[in-house]
Write a protein that binds this ligand. Structure first.
Ligand code: PMP
Length: 369
């Protein structure tokens, strides 16, 4: 008789390629200061909360009907928000950018096809590939987790994937890619006709001078730029991710999306936040300030933070990251151990959250002396 849940799972007729896989597992612990999954910890500003509540209340009166399957108003608002001359036909949205990425793999990956990522990178890429039966190919980065145009293009030519994931800024390292890398990868994927996805989940936190791959969309029908409202818009709980691409890419996604996949509540929420984004954008500025402060302070403490275009900082130079992770948790501060030797990742929080993280970290480092 099977006793453990694990044994009972093994007894089910699960797909062979899912056996032994582990689900996405960032711990959801209830601690006062959660700096582990790169949320906006400032919360939804009061005026945005009120706008969302009004918008949702209106939507509730017609919940007996299916929502606009084409989320027309939302696509218009997203096109207007992104600018770059984008039209609503070029926009697509789903329940989080995770679902956007999943739909892309459903349409362009699948059995017999492959997707290339460059670890360390967003941990969902291999899981989304597994779920859609797409082979996941691991590219190699250069020193300090950088990725040069030459190296990325050479790997794309050699591996000839059907989908390429370029995470910019990269999670967990936080650094953005130069547009030269995106251009080179796009050219190199001409032979395999790959869909090149630039995952810009953290684009709003970019440093001055960092450019979005949105500028490269004209004339590149296989290029896709994905974004999310989970970070800058403080809406991780609402689940709204989106992409910009050639209109025919959105036609491909219509073939795999579930009918009415974006609920009327989700559409109403996202629309209200987009229309009242001024206070959200001032939070973004405050977060960038705390991010820069973390980088500066970590350097002062003798650690090596990576340059960050995101709302988090990856740093190396720790003798025992697990001890530091536990020590921070004991003080109510949850950060992320991304499994890279000598390193941790921390989300830039409010000023007081950031102070709590920095002062506890300094104490823990002093204990090592
Ligand atoms: N891409 C990257 C690089 C991320 O870090 C995340 C969230 N951690 C996502 C996509 C997915 O976010 P969501 O599904 O909330 O839009």
């Amino acid at each position: 008789q099977p006793t453990s849940r694990e044994e009972r799972l093994a007894g089910l007729p699960l797909r062979e390629d899912l056996r032994g896989q582990h689900p996405y597992g960032a711990p959801q612990l209830d601690v006062p200061i959660m700096l582990n999954v790169n949320e906006n910890t400032y919360g939804v500003p009061q005026d945005v909360q009120e706008a969302i509540t009004r918008s949702v209340r209106e939507a509730v009166s017609s919940l007996n009907r299916y929502p606009d399957r084409e989320f027309t108003e939302l696509r218009e608002a997203l096109a207007e928000y992104l600018g770059h001359g984008l039209t609503p036909e070029q926009l697509w949205a789903a329940n989080g950018s995770n679902e956007v990425l999943q739909q892309l793999l459903q349409a362009f990956g699948g059995p017999g096809r492959s997707a290339l990522g460059f670890p360390p990178t967003y941990s969902m890429y291999p899981l989304l590939a597994a779920g859609t039966g797409t082979a996941y190919l691991k590219g190699v980065r250069d020193a300090d987790y950088e990725l040069t145009a030459d190296s990325a293009a050479r790997q794309v030519r050699e591996l000839a994937p059907n989908v390429v994931f370029l995470c910019s800024p990269n999670n967990p390292t936080g650094t953005a890619l130069g547009l030269d890398v995106v251009e080179a990868v796009y050219e190199a994927s001409e032979a395999s006709q790959a869909i090149v996805i630039v995952d810009e989940a953290y684009a709003e936190f970019a440093q001055l001078g960092t450019q979005s791959a949105l500028t490269l969309l004209p004339g590149r029908p296989r290029l896709v730029v994905s974004r999310t409202m989970s970070k800058a818009f403080a809406l991780a709980g609402a689940r709204l991710g989106y992409l910009a691409a050639a209109p025919e890419v959105t036609d491909a996604l219509r073939l795999v999306r579930l009918p009415y996949h974006l609920s009327a509540i989700t559409q109403a929420t996202a629309l209200a936040a987009l229309r009242h984004r001024a206070s959200l954008m001032s939070e973004v500025e405050a977060i960038k300030h705390q991010r820069d402060r973390i980088v500066k302070e970590l350097e002062r403490l003798g650690l090596r933070p990576a340059s960050s275009d995101s709302n988090f900082v990856f740093f190396t130079g720790l003798a025992d990251p697990q001890r530091i992770w536990r020590g921070l948790l004991e003080a109510g501060v949850l950060v992320r151990d991304v499994g890279i030797p000598g390193s941790l990742r921390v989300t830039a929080g409010t000023e007081s959250e950031t102070s709590a993280f920095l002062s506890r970290l300094e104490e823990l480092l002093e204990e090592e002396q």
